[in-house]
Write a protein that binds this ligand. Structure first.
Ligand SMILES: Cc1cc2nc3c(=O)[nH]c(=O)nc-3n(C[C@H](O)[C@H](O)[C@H](O)COP(=O)(O)OP(=O)(O)OC[C@H]3O[C@@H](n4cnc5c(N)ncnc54)[C@H](O)[C@@H]3O)c2cc1C
Length: 416
């Protein structure tokens, strides 16, 4: 016989933990099912790189995609200050980590995860329960891999996206939503390193610096940002890359030729950089061009850019030819590099695409197609910048759905 609950939440990531706790607080009998042995695995993985839960610059401008305004209600229901307060109420103080966002210890008694687990209250957490299918009749019947069945009047899907399979990412959640009648927008890696057709970049592996970065097709600019960039063996990664890479997948699939444009002097105009360059070369005419360039940018990068302009290692600053100066200036402020591919889902911290937002009520995360169904967190077709925005939305959407699923139950009990 199927075990029966008021609300079942599938997926114990940040969104599911928050949803289950909120629904249980409303008095509902709640079960939280997850296939893994521990909750919040992706969050824990995120924490290896700090794993920000929010950001001081939280706002609509940080969300992108088909309908960024969708997140508005969630951000109003759980603004950054209230998220801080929520964790503070559980004994966890979020701190601002420069470049990352608002973070908390990932593990231990004073950790964000411990707080979310404590807030589950009466909700029953069932690890190692992998959901294989869902049937919607009078209630939802949830079938596990091993054939066991669960039943609930309300179902909250918080099963994440198929990126990083080693942290639990798989397509099943989206397939279940689709079988229940939802449209799924194509899924692509979002916060993902980019591979480039420029073998010389591997020589800069490990170099980390702040840049202005833009992603272009031949016809238009797709995204622009300022932030950190890291050179790797296979290409480029880092905050700036993640903030434009979410546009790369669909464009590459459409066979667009994609180019990154890098300004190594973030926020500075080419006129200003020209002035600095002329000053540097003008005041050290007898010095070697490579030594002079070292005064402007890290030497490994400088060496590479000079070699691109075919500047001989013995050349003095005053011997640089006009086309070489122009080429260097262009490379310093608008270096164009062709993108070959993204590193794919397995290397992506987040995905874009998912359950179509048109079919979800942004005030409650309730399905407009399937009564009693809620979809939250990264399963939704939301794209955002890197730095705590995805996790904030996961928590906020979970809270809205949990509260609404509990409330909906009160209402149906009253009607009944
Ligand atoms: C390395 C890394 C770094 C990141 N850094 C940041 C960051 O700094 N800031 C930020 O905002 N975001 C970051 N993210 C993204 C962020 O972690 C996710 O957006 C967020 O965890 C999504 O939460 P979620 O609850 O929607 O999904 P998830 O955390 O993915 O949870 C989904 C859950 O569903 C379970 N599940 C899946 N299928 C089944 C099934 N068939 N049956 C039962 N259970 C199932 C999974 O086991 C998992 O526990 C990072 C991610 C990674 C991997």
């Amino acid at each position: 016989m199927a075990r029966s609950y008021d609300v079942i939440v599938v997926g114990a990531g940040l969104s599911g933990l928050m949803a289950a706790g909120a629904a249980a607080q409303g008095g509902a009998r709640v079960a939280l099912l997850d296939k893994q042995s521990l909750p919040g695995r992706k969050y824990l993985m995120a924490c290896m790189g700090k794993g920000a839960l929010s950001n001081n610059d939280l706002g609509l401008h940080r969300f992108h995609g088909r309908d960024a305004r969708f997140v508005s209600d969630a951000l109003t229901a759980l603004p950054q200050g209230e998220l801080r307060q929520w964790f503070s109420g559980q004994g966890v103080e979020l701190v601002d980590a420069p470049h990352y966002g608002l973070i908390a210890p990932p593990q231990g008694p004073d950790s964000a995860l411990a707080a979310l687990v404590a807030a589950l209250g009466q909700a029953e957490y069932l690890p190692e329960h992998r959901v294989a299918a869902v049937h919607h009749g009078a209630d939802f019947t949830i079938t596990l891999d091993d054939g066991r069945k669960f039943q609930a009047a309300r179902l909250i899907l918080s099963m994440g996206t198929p990126n990083l399979p080693q942290c639990g990412g798989e397509f099943t959640g989206l397939e279940i939503a689709q079988r229940l009648g939802h449209g799924i927008e194509p899924v692509f890696p979002a916060h993902v390193p980019l591979a480039l057709d420029e073998p010389w970049l591997a020589d800069l592996c490990g170099l980390w610096l702040d840049v202005d970065l833009a992603l272009h097709t031949q016809r238009r600019e797709l995204a622009r940002t300022t932030g950190s960039l890291l050179f790797t063996q296979s290409g480029l990664t880092g905050q700036a890359v993640f903030n434009v890479a979410h546009e790369a997948g669909p464009a590459l699939e459409g066979a667009e030729r994609l180019t990154l444009a890098i300004n190594f002097f973030p926020g500075e105009s080419p006129t200003e950089v020209t002035r600095w360059m002329h000053e540097a070369f003008g005041s050290h005419t007898r010095e070697n061009a490579y030594a002079v360039f070292d005064r402007l940018i890290p030497s490994a990068l400088g060496d590479r850019l000079l070699r691109r302009q075919k500047v001989k290692p013995t050349l003095r600053a005053e011997q640089l030819e006009q086309p070489q100066r122009e080429g260097l200036l262009r490379d310093l402020t608008d270096l164009r590099l062709q993108v070959r591919s993204t590193l794919g889902m397995a290397a992506s911290e987040n995905a874009r695409g998912g359950v179509s937002l048109r079919e979800i009520d942004p005030r409650t995360m309730h399905s407009r197609k399937v009564p009693g169904l809620y979809v939250v967190g990264s399963m939704l077709d939301i794209t955002c910048d890197w730095g705590g925005f995805a996790q904030h939305f996961a928590l906020a959407s979970g809270l809205l759905a949990g509260r609404a699923a509990g409330r909906a139950l009160d209402a149906s009990a009253l009607q009944g």
